[in-house]
Design a protein around this ligand. Structure first.
Ligand code: ADP
Ligand code: ZN
Length: 789
């Protein structure tokens, strides 16, 4: 037998190896193997087994890694789809599907020495006092980790060895699982009695799960914050378990708090089911990740909760995938493979016949569009559990306010009054501003100097606590000057313009000297448990006013918060990205959702300089559909997603001229590249007619399956540029990227828009393989980018 192997180094091709007799029984599709490659040995994954190879003199596989193949055939198929759609080599896609700790062979199960009592054969031999102490403990416990035994008896390992010599106990290594949640006290919960709205949604999900037909089973659950979506997830998961299937729950990294994990563990981890829920996220140690992952692979954990990459968890069979806060941009990976976990979830669900539930209070334009067109089932939950009211949102016109207060005010009169009132009533307040630091820039009013990052095309932010100017892109730090640094100016009246959370906190302390104020942003979270500590203090009422960036916007549930102030709502409207309105709407709605989660009705103040912007006005009215309707019109006019899909080609390099010329060259090559290599048919294998003309995320082409129906006649082959193959293609650029320079690299981009992304991806794969660029210019292909800056 012969194994075809994808090597870990990106070579964009696979290699055949012979399988030595002694390894034959252990090698299957998905096995990780070590193989010779030139003078070295490298790791790879077996992607298929063959009877024969067109190559001769095959070298043998050296070793198989692990007892179980880490990549299941289903996950392998998903990785192949990903490589095709996101235009990256299969080996890069495969790297993403296995956690680092599993890929590297260094991490293994942790083994600890265990002492076990052996059955007595005959009378107890004579023992010293210490030996007798140990024996007494062992008779009771039978099996203990050695360290534990030493702690209990206050003896040394030497003494235990004596007992081993006498045949009373054995000492041997034993696997001891690392449990990241071992120290949590988790009290089991029972399913809640769902309300009618929840019940309708749950029934719809369950009946989709019971359908035997495979195919697209994606559901968009649009439920306002506090409508009880999590309870629906929990009960749907319970149904998956009843069906003998597992579930994957994706949560944005930032919301993957111990609180969130506990809600799932508490429902499913009682008693003997301790390992039923596995957690995968970046804060686990490599060893913990190794153990969690293998618990899933061995089928002991059936429910996986995790961030983006948990979508590749080897749960099998898989009945349900939940993507909570599906609109979150953090589901998109910003390095190759640049996959969007929500979209991968939809494809995986389709491949494995699993139901996919996308949940959000503010769905992405993409998902709502798909739901409106019937591609996804739409379920709506417009009211909060127990009929709690949505908070009252008041928009404050800061233009008027700055006229009244002279100069740029941080707090309007109304918001100050409202905060004071909450302090008197001993209720809590959240103040939100999505910019950390003291000010957004350092300016000289006399000569116009602005402190710029030497590496990036952005101005530096002043951080007062550190007394430094920092770049939020590259981290460049400089001393804050006391006078204007321009040699012919030296104006001492240099100004800090704009504001950040640090300044908001400081102002609050001055305005309300008796209030307990805390700030939460990445500057104040220095240690691993700072996040938990601050939220814990807030929960128990040790903090009155909490200031923060979007870190405090998500999913937190504090019943005593009755007021939320959004200090500067238009901040995110100024980002040069067609999604800035959508993002602002989502952010405002999410932040506002933090207010009034208890008995007292919530109130939200939105301070804005553009108070009539639709994103602000629709958020004020909690009107998602209204926002969607007017936003989709704008997207339609400009052919932006979800009307078309985007592929962004970004070129980077330190020499601006070279980057610009390379971008122009790339554009020319793109225009000239024949639609397909000569001699290949016009039909993409496995692609149906319907798919070819739609923006569906297509399934992986399965080569063994013949296309149904009559084969299409081969069209005449000639130089047929992309525009012919993809008639709706719009090409824009090259232009400098909105962030024209980052970390000393100049950036140029070409934006491509089409509904037929699969075709474009294939075209781009050929382009990137053939185009020649200077060594110091790199090209990134980003399919469905979420961040255009
Ligand atoms: P969402 O995720 O939609 O914002 P949650 O799932 O966090 O909402 O639910 C909000 C609160 O309502 C939680 O404290 C939850 O325990 C509670 N809750 C949900 N469903 C019910 C129910 N049927 N009966 C009583 N309380 C519920
Ligand atoms: Zn910088």
């Amino acid at each position: 037998m012969i194994a075809r192997v994808t090597l870990e180094i990106a070579l964009r091709r696979e290699f055949d190896y012979s399988i030595p007799q002694e390894l034959a029984a252990r090698i299957e599709v998905g096995s990780r193997v070590r193989v010779p490659f030139g003078p070295r040995e490298i790791l790879g994954v077996v992607t298929s087994l063959l009877e024969e190879s067109s190559h001769t003199n095959l070298r043998p596989i050296t070793a198989v890694i692990g007892r179980q193949s880490p990549v299941t055939p289903k996950v392998l198929a998903l990785a192949r789809w990903m490589a095709g759609y996101y235009c990256c080599p299969v080996e890069i896609a495969l790297r993403a599907v296995l956690p680092e700790a599993v890929r590297r062979e260094e991490e293994g199960w942790r083994e600890r020495l265990h002492v076990r009592a052996l059955p007595l054969s005959g009378p107890l031999p004579k023992l010293s006092k210490r030996q007798a102490d140990i024996w007494n403990v062992m008779e009771e416990w039978r099996d203990l980790p050695l360290t534990e035994l030493l702690r209990l008896t206050g003896t040394t390992a030497e003494t235990v060895r004596r007992l081993e010599d006498k045949g009373l106990v054995s000492i041997a290594p034993q696997i001891s699982e690392r449990d990241p949640y071992a120290h949590e006290q988790i009290l089991p919960t029972q399913p809640l009695v769902v309300n009618p709205e929840q019940s309708r949604a749950l029934d719809a999900i369950v009946s989709r799960m019971n359908e035997s037909a495979v195919g697209q089973k994606a559901i968009l659950l649009h439920g306002v914050t506090g409508s009880g979506k999590t309870e629906i997830y929990l009960q749907a998961i319970a149904h998956a378990l009843e069906m003998g299937k597992g579930a994957v729950v994706l949560v944005p990294e930032i919301s993957l708090t111990p609180q969130t994990v506990e809600r799932f563990k508490a429902r499913f981890c009682a008693g003997a089911h301790k390992t039923l829920v596995a957690v995968l996220h970046s804060h686990l140690s490599a060893g913990e990740r190794h153990d969690e992952w293998h618990k899933i692979r061995q089928g002991r954990a059936r429910i996986v909760i995790g961030a983006r990459s948990a979508i590749f968890a080897p749960v099998d069979p898989l009945g349900l995938i939940i993507v909570d806060e599906e609109h979150e941009h953090s589901y998109k990976q910003e390095e190759s493979p640049r996959y969007h976990a929500r979209d991968v979830a939809v494809v995986r669900g389709q491949m494995e016949g699993a139901v996919v539930v996308l949940g959000s209070a503010t769905p992405s334009m993409e998902s709502y569009y798909n739901a409106k067109r019937g591609k996804y089932t739409l379920l709506e939950m417009p009211s909060r559990v127990d009929d709690q009211k949505m908070p009252i949102v008041r928009v404050v016109d800061m233009r008027q306010e700055s006229r009244k207060q002279k100069g740029l005010p941080i707090f309007s009169h109304q918001l100050k009054e409202a905060i004071l009132q909450r302090l008197e009533r001993r209720e809590q307040v959240i103040l939100f501003l999505n910019r950390r630091g003291w000010s957004s820039s350092l300016q000289c009013p006399k000569c116009g100097y602005v402190a710029q990052c030497p590496n990036c095309s952005v101005s530096l932010t002043y951080h007062r606590a550190a007394n430094r100017l920092l770049c939020h892109i590259c981290g460049h730090a400089a001393a804050a000057p006391k006078v204007c640094p321009e040699s012919n100016c030296r104006n001492p009246a240099i100004r800090y313009a704009g504001l950040g959370t640090e300044r908001v906190e400081d102002t609050l302390r001055k305005l309300f000297p008796h209030a307990r104020v805390e700030r939460m942003d990445s500057d104040t979270l220095k240690r691993k448990d700072d996040y938990r500590r601050i939220l814990g203090d807030f929960r128990v009422g040790k903090i009155d006013l909490l200031v923060g960036t979007q870190m405090i916007a998500k999913g937190l549930h504090f019943p005593n918060v009755t007021l939320v102030g959004i200090v500067y709502a238009d901040l995110s409207l100024h980002i040069p990205d067609f999604r800035s309105g959508e993002r602002t709407f989502q952010l405002l709605t999410q932040v506002a959702g933090r207010a009034g989660r208890g008995d007292v009705e919530g109130e939200v103040f939105v301070q804005a300089f553009t108070p009539f912007h639709p994103a602000i006005q629709y958020a004020r009215r909690h009107d998602f559909v209204g926002f969607y309707e007017q936003e989709i019109e704008f997207r339609e006019q400009l052919k932006y997603p979800p009307i078309a899909r985007i592929a962004l080609l970004v070129l980077k390099g330190r020499n601006e001229e070279k980057v610009r010329l390379s971008a122009e060259h790339l554009r020319n090559e793109f225009d000239r590249l024949p639609a397909r290599p000569p001699g290949t048919p016009a039909v993409v294998p496995g692609e149906s007619r319907a798919q070819r003309n739609s923006d569906e995320l297509p399934l992986l082409e399965v080569p063994s399956r013949k296309p149904r129906g009559k084969p299409e006649p081969a069209e005449a082959v000639g130089p047929e540029p992309a525009a012919v193959l993809i008639p709706d293609l719009i090409v824009a650029g090259p232009t400098p990227a909105p962030l024209a320079r980052a970390e000393t690299f100049y950036r140029y981009q070409i934006m491509l828009r089409t509904r037929q992304m699969t075709r474009l991806s294939q075209h781009l794969a050929r382009l990137t393989a053939s185009v020649e660029l200077p060594d110091d210019v790199s090209l990134v292909v980003d399919i469905d980018p979420v961040d255009l800056a």
